[in-house]
Design a protein around this ligand. Structure first.
Ligand code: TYM
Length: 333
């Protein structure tokens, strides 16, 4: 850890297959930020079990996600890469923070309301407590910045509120973290319903492009993407949500600015445009998939990274946890 650098924390849940929304809003952004910060990236498996999981699948998806982080360019030498459940301090701090969080606040969380509606047969306490665990994740590492997509903004705000509340009740204990949101790509939308965010768990898988999709599937999904009335290819999220979403995806995957992206399609039709977006995405995904498969084949390499990651994360996390325990009056040996 370099003393002079600020701390960055983020995580992805190992649920379903990741989409290009997760890639753009999270992982690809982390790759760009990783050299400027002391980074902690976790696999949020404890968050994942708030919705029922098949154990063997959860285990495999967890490992797939570690390999994916590395395949996308996260450097495990520079960053601390670990699995949330391997660091017990997360559950422990979550418990303490629960006593600084109100039931009403949790019931008002948009994601809690959405997930409760979708999983009406399993509205468990974990689902409601999810944002407190996320606050514990972030606050344990004295985090300065948290790069996330816009869908996580409310959770980040509550993490800040909890930190401030605790600091005010005792003495400053937690850094109050800032959210970091991309200008382009903080909310990638569903290809068939551009008013909705692209989601790992969408009902219609044709609206989401998964990082595991092969070239033909990617291109087929983009060809079917919903566009807007009129024929101009312009970035105007309010009036042209479908086209603007495709332009955002193109801009990120091609590395071009939004102006350049729009210029590439001046005078072109929607058909050519959608094909070009599909191609640029497919071209980028293939080498990532190949690297991921290679990394996954070397389980010893992955286990070594995860072991060292969990040790390094525990070391930092336990420092904060022990401060918290002292302040709240737990008798320490
Ligand atoms: P998760 O697994 O749902 O999503 C992982 C990251 O991807 C972003 N994201 C998107 N960005 C742009 N467009 C989209 N369509 C899109 N869909 C998802 C999310 O905003 C997120 O950044 N609770 C978190 C995981 C988590 C976490 C944390 C994050 C657990 N602890 C601590 C930050 C800090 C989640 O479920 O993300």
């Amino acid at each position: 850890m370099e003393e002079s650098k600020k701390v960055l924390y983020s995580a992805v849940q190992p649920t379903n297959n990741l989409t290009i929304g997760n890639y753009i809003g999270a992982i690809q952004n982390w790759v760009e930020l990783q050299s400027g910060y002391n980074c902690f990236f976790s696999i949020a498996d404890m968050h994942a079990i708030t919705v029922r999981q098949i154990p063997a699948e959860l285990r495999q998806r967890t490992l797939n996600l570690v390999a994916l982080y590395i395949a996308c360019g996260i450097d495990p030498e520079k960053c601390v890469l670990y699995i949330q459940s391997n660091v017990s301090a997360h559950a422990e701090l979550c418990w303490a923070l629960n006593t600084f969080t109100y039931v009403g606040e949790m019931q008002r969380m948009t994601q809690f309301k959405d997930k409760s509606a979708r999983h009406a047969d399993n509205i468990n306490m974990g689902l409601m407590d999810y944002p407190v665990l996320m606050a514990a994740d972030i606050l344990l590492y004295q985090t300065d910045v948290v790069p996330v997509g816009l869908d996580q903004r409310q959770h980040l705000e509550i993490a800040r509120d909890i930190a401030i509340r605790f600091n005010n009740a005792y003495t400053p204990t937690f850094k109050v973290p800032e959210g970091l949101y991309l200008k382009v790509g903080a909310k990638i939308c569903d290809l068939l319903e551009p008013a909705k965010k692209m989601s790992k768990s969408a009902e219609n898988p044709n609206g989401s492009v998964f990082l595991s999709d092969d070239r033909d599937t990617v291109i087929r999904k983009f060809k079917r993407a919903v566009t807007d009335s009129g024929s101009e290819i312009l970035y105007d999220p309010e009036n042209k949500p479908g086209v603007s979403n495709l332009l955002s995806i193109y801009s990120v995957f091609s590395g071009k600015s939004m102006d350049e992206a729009q210029r590439d399609f001046a005078g072109k039709g929607y058909g050519d445009f959608k094909l070009a977006v599909g191609e640029v995405v497919a071209d980028r995904l293939k080498p990532i998939q190949e690297r991921q498969a290679k990394i996954l084949a070397d389980k010893e390499y992955l286990n070594n990274i995860l072991k060292s990651g969990a040790e390094r994360a525990s070391y930092s996390a336990n420092k904060t946890l022990s401060k918290v325990y002292k302040k709240i009056g737990f008798y320490q040996l």
